[in-house]
Design a binder for this molecule. Structure first.
Ligand code: NAD
Length: 291
């Protein structure tokens, strides 16, 4: 066995259909008193409903989260957060909303509770990508990692099938690249394979029956594992390409991953067939054949 270093990121994961009903409890458990709820414009209604349920614990809603975390949006959100006197953000949505929560936390030390509604996985990584003047830069740090993640599959039932599939492939890309990461280790490889297995099991079910809560739960479980490995080991060719293309040309994130993934994995497999053989077996392909 090759030598390795394994560093676990602290995380409180609350998983279960209906679990987002416990968000007020999580706020109090962290000793916090006032949250700003974040969303994209598309999920503004859901964010407002959540804020209404939180009553006096919610300072309000900021619903301008956008793909690739534009710095000018973050500046506006920080102004709203500070003016409200909040001590926590609740990010309700996909990677774009989680990214905004991380960017606010970086600038204000806000605590973060994330309720993910896609499979992007950002909620369990200490990574923040931000865009300014068409250039996307990425940073990492413990202050970026959200404190609590609530995975409630009921909130993913409305995720359109097309976004579910591309988002699922985005998650699988994290796990595929973890298998051949230079700093890979046995625990992360186990998580990566289980994340891939869960996604491969779930996505056909989500596609056939988007309201199937079991398939949605399995996909969310896979997203958690795939996100965790993204946060733990270095990503390679595939993520670098997506990052450069997405940030420079403002391409949609998950779609870019979905389109590139088969090509990048097939390309890398020629160099590291042994490391990708377990994935080839999982998808029923043969090693050495581009899966
Ligand atoms: P997204 O967050 O932009 O969501 C896409 C669209 O789907 C949005 O309009 C959103 O409101 C809508 N949506 C989300 N959940 C929904 C639901 N359940 N029902 C209906 N509509 C819903 O897309 P994404 O792919 O989740 O995130 C992409 C962003 O996340 C990119 O900026 C990417 O760089 C970032 N990201 C960061 C990391 C990290 O670790 N830092 C990891 C993955 C992705």
């Amino acid at each position: 066995m090759q030598a390795f270093v394994y560093t676990a990121a602290p995380a409180r994961i609350v998983f279960g259909a209906g679990s987002s009903a416990g968000v007020a409890e999580e706020i109090r458990r962290l000793g916090l008193s006032l949250v700003l709820v974040l969303s994209t414009p598309h999920q503004k209604g859901d964010a407002e409903a959540l804020a209404a349920r939180l009553g006096p614990l919610a300072a309000g809603v900021f619903s301008n989260a956008a793909m690739h975390t534009p710095v000018e949006v973050t500046k506006n959100a920080v102004d709203v957060y500070r003016a409200a006197g909040a001590d926590c953000v609740v990010s309700l949505g996909g990677g774009s909303t989680t990214g905004l929560g991380k960017a606010i936390a970086l600038r204000t030390d806000a605590a973060q509770i994330v309720i993910p509604t896609t499979y992007a996985g950002s909620e369990v990584t200490p990574i923040l990508g931000q865009t300014e003047n068409g250039v996307k830069t990425t940073m990492r740090g413990p202050e970026i990692l959200p404190e609590v993640v609530i995975y409630d599959a009921e909130l993913t039932l409305g995720l359109p099938v097309a976004i579910s599939m591309t988002s699922g492939l985005n998650a699988m890309a994290h796990a595929a690249e973890a298998l051949y990461a230079q700093d890979r280790n046995p625990i992360i490889s186990l998580m990566a394979m289980e994340g891939l297995r869960a996604m491969i099991e779930a996505l056909p079910g989500v596609s056939a029956q988007p309201q199937d809560i079991k398939a949605r739960e399995t996909a969310l479980y896979g997203a958690w594992l795939c996100g965790t490995v993204l946060g733990a080991v270095g990503m390679s060719l595939h993520h670098k390409l997506c990052h450069t293309l997405g940030g420079s040309l403002d391409l949609p994130h998950a779609e870019t991953h979905a389109v590139l993934l088969p090509h990048t994995v097939a390309y890398v497999e020629e160099a590291v067939p042994d490391l990708l053989a377990p994935l080839a077996a999982l998808v029923g392909g043969r090693a050495g054949t581009g899966l």
